[in-house]
Design a protein around this ligand. Structure first.
Ligand code: COA
Length: 174
């Protein structure tokens, strides 16, 4: 499928499609850490507004999209200079569920990493052991942990006090 896979940077017109993919992935993979009431309710509106704002003002960020036959199948969002020690932040990385494990995430991460030569890092839910296996397979080094920041700063959008783990790709390996 790689020959028909295309990558490009997102623009303002992509916000709705990106929010839809992101929300679908959250509902499948973040349940348990994020509250059901949030995932099944205001999540779509929250992500729609977030991506509209992000993709309208893209300064300091890079959002890479993967498309297969013109359909959005993956996204990676990078925030440059997010942390003086760890470098750029990969804030979101999602592949359309039926197309997981076909190399799309690897390509998105590689392209994102090329844009962050001074190193990059990300946070992954503690419960998301599949993504952790992916990051370890792609050279990520597990670091510290913290409590998951609630979406939009609203604690009720979380289910209890889930934790997340930092993975980093230092300058030498990024
Ligand atoms: C995590 C994610 C981005 C990885 O992308 P992907 O396209 O599925 O991953 P790839 O096909 O590039 O996988 C590369 C390698 O990573 C490892 N890997 C990937 N998924 C794995 C899994 N579920 N279990 C174990 N290892 C895995 C394997 O070594 C794999 O190589 P292989 O398939 O030849 O064995 C994708 O599965 C996804 O979107 N998951 C749901 C959303 C999510 O969890 N995002 C991360 C939030 S922090």
């Amino acid at each position: 499928m790689t020959s028909e896979l295309r990558f490009r940077q997102a623009g303002a017109g992509d916000a709705a499609a990106v929010a839809e993919l992101h929300g679908d992935s959250w509902r499948r993979h973040y349940r348990g850490a994020y509250a059901d009431s949030f995932l099944d309710g205001e999540c779509s509106e929250y992500l729609g507004a977030m991506w509209a704002k992000r993709l309208a003002a893209r300064e300091g960020t890079l959002t890479t999209l993967a498309e297969y036959d013109g359909q959005l199948v993956g996204l990676a969002h990078l925030v440059f200079g997010a942390d003086p020690r760890w470098g750029a932040l990969v804030d979101n990385l999602h592949v359309r569920a039926p197309l997981k494990r076909q190399g799309i995430g690897t390509q998105l991460l590689a392209r994102t990493g090329e844009a962050a030569p001074d190193g990059y890092f990300l946070w992954v839910l503690e419960q998301n052991t599949a993504a952790q296996a992916f990051y370890e397979a792609r050279g990520g080094i597990r670091q510290d942990s913290k409590h998951v920041p609630p979406p939009g700063g609203e604690p009720r959008r979380l289910n209890g006090t889930p934790k997340c783990l930092r993975y980093c790709w230092p300058k030498a390996t990024a």
